[in-house]
Design a protein around this ligand. Structure first.
Ligand code: NAP
Ligand code: MG
Length: 456
């Protein structure tokens, strides 16, 4: 072990506890245990793997309250959100528990024999997750990876490791083989980089910043390892004059201020057709003021604090200088890393506030002229993760949904993550897709076997 890291409650700025930092030797030992556990796991009958994952799901289900309370303490998520997140992990496990028996290959007609494909697991998969949704994002990796017959080593973000460590223990309590799913705590530059460089980690899944994602991908390229990347976003919420303005304005705070805006899918740009721009702002202001920011332990709280003092400084830096603040919501003062919901009217779509990911409760509202202008502005970003559009015109909804270069779009709503549908980004928002019906297959490589049947 190479020392410890102090976890801080972001709602109070008080220390919670120490978490150990794994040394390179300890990481390598964990990977060696995973290699050994994976052989036995892949050799189990598909139905036995399915049963084991369902048992893990049940263990999570019966500990939803404990996991949720840990997330409130460690991440400052409102308790109602944290309960949803913990339940979501159980649902993702249950869903991919259906995969082992469905990983069918193909039989392909050939002369002189029989040709069959198999979905072979990679072996050990390394999963590196960020601090914004510690439980859910981890499960999007580990559930399908395990279902496909892999072992998993999971590195939580150092700031938010408590729920991941508890999930690792629940997997063991539920009867998953020793070494099959291990949570390795420590910094990204040690544990994360070791997952990338270690020859026995055969696939890497990374969620986090575009900058680190690029370096993880470069490291994986050196070792010829496949990598899935879920990176940042600057998603547009496009409001057309023919849309339901009341509904669009009432739902816009949730689409950007949920999890204090620390969401890669946050609709952090609202593009409003010029003819209804002022009307939209009139409707949006009371919705922002009504957004309940406060003690994450309370049932009615909709938004808690930011994750850390350093992150609050980073979010604040976007409001230095020229940014024109239209209006703000409320936030507690006193200890904790609080930041009020903030609505900014940029002078130009090229302004930093309209281009860069803030990862905080700050939204830029910009006008557009017509449908073509809306699509052009929505795509005027390096990112392409999510987006929403509001219109009652069906043809326009289809055209704009197809025209915006993003992986996940919703029409007349903001929902973006349903675990049984694919999720992921275009452009600088990522590479590959998670979730959906095919995710377990993404943790396999296809093997093609020809059997000669000629009698001679
Ligand atoms: P980050 O630095 O990319 O961290 C994400 C994960 O990668 C953490 O577990 C981190 O570990 C690990 N990591 C850091 N350096 C690494 C390296 N060289 N090799 C392998 N793994 C490494 O993200 P962040 O600093 O937490 O957040 C910065 C920004 O990223 C945010 O402001 C936001 O713009 C974006 N972000 C996006 C998402 C998303 O869901 N797409 C999520 C979070 C953040 P440690 O932190 O423990 O060192
Ligand atoms: Mg970082």
């Amino acid at each position: 072990m190479t020392g410890t890291f102090t976890l801080i409650n972001p709602a109070t700025a008080e220390p919670i506890r120490e978490v150990s930092r794994a040394s390179i030797a300890e990481i390598d030992e964990a990977i060696a245990r995973a290699v050994s556990a994976q052989r036995g796991w892949a050799a189990q009958a598909p139905g036995a793997r399915a049963d084991a994952l369902r048992a893990f799901a049940r263990a999570v289900e019966t500990h939803v309250e404990e996991l949720a309370q840990l997330e409130v303490l460690n991440s400052g998520h409102p308790i109602s959100s944290a309960r949803w997140e913990a339940s979501h992990v159980a649902q993702v496990l249950n869903f991919y528990a259906g995969s082992p028996e469905r990983l069918s290959g193909q039989q392909i007609p050939v002369a002189g024999g029989m040709d069959v494909t198999f979905h072979e697991p990679y072996g050990v998969v390394g999963i590196i997750v960020p601090w914004n949704f510690p439980m859910t994002i981890a499960s999007w990796g580990f559930a399908p990876a395990l279902a496909a017959g892999n072992a998993v080593v999971l590195k939580p973000a150092e700031l938010t490791s408590l729920t991941a460590v508890r999930l690792g223990a629940l997997a063991r309590e539920a009867g998953l083989p020793d070494g099959l799913f291990q949570v390795v705590t420590g910094s990204g530059s040690v544990v994360g980089e070791r997952f990338v460089s270690h020859p026995d980690v055969r696939k890497v899944v990374f969620t986090g910043s575009t900058e680190v994602g690029v370096s993880v991908a470069a490291g994986c390229a050196q070792a010829l390892k496949p990598v899935t990347l879920e990176l940042g976003g600057k998603s547009a919420n496009i409001v057309f004059a023919d849309g339901d303005l009341e509904k669009a304005a009432a739902s816009a705070p949730g689409a950007v201020f949920d999890n204090a805006g620390q969401d890669c899918c946050a609709r952090s740009r609202i593009l409003v057709q010029r003819s209804v721009f002022d009307r939209f702002l009139e409707l949006f202001e009371p919705a922002v003021q009504a957004w309940r920011v406060g003690d994450p332990r309370l049932e009615l709280t909709e938004m808690g604090p930011l994750i850390s003092a350093a992150h609050r400084d980073s979010v604040s830096s976007f409001l230095d200088g020229a940014a024109r603040v239209a209006f703000r919501g409320g936030a507690p003062d006193g200890p904790g890393f609080w930041f009020p919901p903030t609505v900014v009217l940029p002078d130009s779509p090229r302004d930093r506030i309209a281009q860069d990911e803030v990862f905080g409760p700050v939204v830029a509202v910009l006008p557009f002229d017509d449908e073509a202008d809306a699509i052009r502005l929505a795509n005027d970003t390096i990112y392409g993760l999510a987006g929403s559009l509001w219109t009652e015109n069906l043809g326009r909804a289809v055209r704009v949904a197809r025209g915006v270069k993003s992986g996940v779009l919703s029409v007349n709503s903001h929902s973006s993550v349903r675990y049984w549908t694919p999720f992921g980004g275009m452009k600088a928002s990522g590479l590959g897709r998670e979730l959906g019906p095919d995710a377990a297959e993404h943790f396999t490589e296809t093997k093609n076997v020809f059997f000669a049947t000629d009698a001679s």
